[in-house]
Design a binder for this molecule. Structure first.
Ligand code: SF4
Length: 223
């Protein structure tokens, strides 16, 4: 059941100085044009002080003009899920560093079934930015949203989402020891999270997130 957001700390961003490495990094990232087949602008979350690192797949067609990730329909679903554990959209954006497997809109798929899946080369190229972000932030908890992001963190092909969504995982990500959790992609094209098993595992994953020490340190105690 959805409960209204009641995130404990102020939703105001923790301001970083203009010389902070993450602010400098983000400025450079926004100017990136390394991939010839994607559509700028680069979309990035805010430069915030955090220990929670969020990875989506890629911006959609609308996010570039709006200037923030998960700003359209998939975002509405994602933030509805987070509201069930008491985290508002504004608090999440203000206290979690939001990244993606690639940061530019990849274009539509030729078969018309949604957005083009980023190529291996694009994922590796954009991964250099993610590598640097992990070195700067040293995250303790990584949230991977959707198959591409999950496989990025797991560093292996996953079978079905059933095998990874729900529990807490441990791993090493760009040299940094992390805990990580998997969530399905909230795209309307996916039906997995609308099925009975998907709904249950999604709920377990959100509960795993809410029970993690990084959650309490970031959002306070919500009970
Ligand atoms: S997808 Fe990533 S590496 Fe490629 S142009 Fe955009 S920001 Fe740069």
């Amino acid at each position: 059941m959805t409960v209204p957001p009641k995130t404990a700390p102020s939703a105001a961003p923790r301001a970083l100085s203009k010389n902070h490495p993450l602010v400098v990094h983000r400025e450079a990232l926004l100017g990136c044009r390394r991939c010839p087949d994607v559509y700028p602008p680069v979309v990035s979350g805010r430069a915030v002080s955090t220990e929670i690192f969020f990875i989506g797949q890629a911006p959609g067609v609308h996010e570039g003009s709006i200037g923030q990730p998960f700003a359209w329909t998939a975002g509405k679903t994602l933030f509805r899920w987070l509201a069930t554990i008491g985290v508002s959209e504004e608090a999440f954006r203000a206290h979690v560093y939001m990244t993606a497997v690639i940061r530019c809109f990849p274009g539509k798929a030729k078969n018309g079934g949604g957005d083009r899946v980023p190529s291996r080369e694009e994922i590796e190229t954009c991964g250099a930015w993610m590598h640097d972000e992990v070195q700067i932030i040293r995250p303790k908890l990584v949230m991977a949203i959707g198959r591409l992001a999950i496989e990025r963190v797991a560093q292996r092909k996953i079978g079905t989402l059933d095998s990874v969504v729900g529990p807490l995982h441990q791993g090493v990500f760009f040299g940094q020891p992390i805990d990580w959790i998997a969530l399905p992609h909230p795209s309307g094209l996916s039906s997995w999270h609308k099925m009975e098993l998907g709904k249950r595992l999604l709920s377990e994953s959100l509960a795993t997130f809410a029970a993690h020490p990084s959650f309490a340190r970031t959002f306070g105690t919500l009970t």
